[in-house]
Ligand binder design. Structure first.
Ligand code: IPE
Ligand code: IPE
Ligand code: MG
Length: 224
């Protein structure tokens, strides 16, 4: 049975779900947040140590202002309401991506990260304004500046995911089979599951089914 230490999720399909059932993309984002809560609980039950959630990509700035504002407003409210509880549950929150948001959101993110920084049960990496290509470019720039050699070790250590093991399992919901500029380096050997269901419809049963399947895969890492 494969150990499972790190699950990464591309939470896709909120907009389509919202349009279909509530006639509004934003209603889908709100519903998606409920799925996030359920998946966090189940991740802890499964004794998984790292959960990385793709919440907003560097490319998502192309969306209408109204949708972007709604998303960040949801996030602000989540942080205000839930940080204390995350902390009580011994959960550590880390942001991957460039923290260039409104002063209010930047501050809330910093407070939540700082408050939970010593927690040990589960580390949640929230990928926000995250793009893998720019993360890689920045890592190469840092290596050059340090006059260090280009090696796998030096590259990994200059990524925002330094000290985080690579994901064992990637799940993308929303019936689309692409990576959308997510963790291109870190996913080199991850088991990838593309799920047809839209993120708000994805449930604990679906999650556990994928975990069970993952556990039974023969992972070779080049070996036989
Ligand atoms: C959520 O799904 C991902 C975010 C960028 C917040 P989408 O908003 O991309 O939903 P679809 O793919 O348009 O249905
Ligand atoms: C990927 O979803 C980003 C997040 C889930 C945050 P998108 O919906 O933005 O991806 P594309 O544009 O369809 O590839
Ligand atoms: Mg999408």
């Amino acid at each position: 049975m494969n150990p499972l230490n790190h699950v990464a999720i591309i939470m896709d399909g909120n907009g389509r779900w919202g349009l279909k059932y509530k006639n509004s993309r934003n209603a889908g984002h709100r519903a998606g947040l409920n799925t996030v809560e359920k998946i966090i609980r189940e991740t802890i039950k499964n004794k998984i140590n790292f959960l990385t959630l793709f919440a907003f990509s560097t490319e998502n700035w192309k969306r209408p202002r109204k949708e972007i504002d709604y998303l960040f407003n949801l996030l602000e409210n989540f942080l205000i309401k839930r940080t204390e509880d995350l902390h009580k549950q011994n959960i550590k929150l880390k942001i991957l991506g460039l923290k260039k948001f409104s002063p209010k959101l930047n501050k809330l993110l910093n407070i939540s990260e700082k408050k939970t920084s010593k927690n040990t049960k589960l580390q949640i990496n929230l990928a926000l304004n995250y793009g893998s290509k720019s993360e890689l470019i920045n890592a190469f720039k840092k290596i050059k500046k340090d006059k260090a050699i280009i090696s796998e070790k030096n590259l990994s250590k200059n990524l925002q995911t330094k000290n985080i093991p690579d994901p064992d399992l990637l799940i993308r919901t929303g019936n689309t089979k692409r990576l959308s500029n997510f963790l291109l380096w870190q996913l080199a050997y991850s088991e990838i599951f593309f799920e047809k269901k839209l993120w708000p419809a994805f449930n604990v049963k679906d999650y556990n089914k994928i975990i069970r399947e993952y556990r039974s895969i023969k992972r070779n890492f080049g070996n036989i």
